[in-house]
Write a protein that binds this ligand. Structure first.
Ligand code: GRF
Length: 194
């Protein structure tokens, strides 16, 4: 299965997926000059930069994104630090085949700044969620979650490091499980096969 990874940040999840041997045929970034693009280049993975400011609408951006995915014969998509909300047509075209990783136990702390919000709120546990992408904000069916403790002395950096270590293992696990058809979607739930 040939994956596209949609990025916009440091690319640590991209690096972890590449190390894991996931077949990544394309990287798409919504920002120029980010760490993820350096990682793509180092691994000789073709990369496209699609800057939202160049498009008149979310729909126009989505149309170009779909064309880019099609040109690279992409089967499934993994979002990792891609901070754009996908348009309806893109979600529909790839429904059940677009994953996102989020640094909290959804539905707690959706959107940006999930790690800082967990600290401010004072939760004892936060975590990592891998979910399928739907039309909402971090609202698609949950595929896998893993809790991460919040320690009293944590700051954003220390908590982020603990969360990222889990992300780097969990995302590859889920993408490989998807390739092996070890789960399926039923309504708004994901069911794992025994
Ligand atoms: C990760 O924390 C992920 O949960 C969130 O964006 C971050 C991307 O980090 N969606 P990286 O670019 O993979 O290092």
């Amino acid at each position: 299965m040939r994956w596209a990874v949609l990025v916009g940040g440091t690319g640590s999840n991209l690096a972890a997926l590449l190390d894991r041997g996931i077949d990544i045929g394309l990287v798409v970034s919504h920002r120029a000059e980010v760490g993820a693009l350096v990682i793509a280049r180092a691994h000789r993975v073709p990369a496209a930069v699609l800057l939202p400011s160049r498009y008149a609408s979310r729909e126009a951006y989505g149309a170009d994104l779909r064309q880019t995915l099609e040109n690279a014969a992409i089967d499934a998509v993994a979002m990792a630090g891609f901070l754009r909300w996908l348009d309806t047509d893109t979600v529909r075209s790839y429904r059940g085949r677009i994953f996102n990783i989020h640094p909290s136990l959804l539905p707690a702390f959706p959107g940006l700044h999930a790690i800082g919000q967990a600290l401010v709120y004072g939760v004892r546990w936060t975590g990592v969620t891998v979910h399928l992408v739907d039309e909402g904000r971090d609202s698609g069916p949950v595929v896998a979650q893993e809790p991460v403790p919040v320690e009293p002395e944590d700051d954003e950096e220390s908590l982020a490091a603990r969360i990222h270590a889990v992300e780097h293992r969990l995302y590859g696990d889920v993408l490989q499980a998807f390739e092996q058809q070890r789960f399926f979607v039923c309504g708004r739930k994901v069911v794992w096969r025994q």
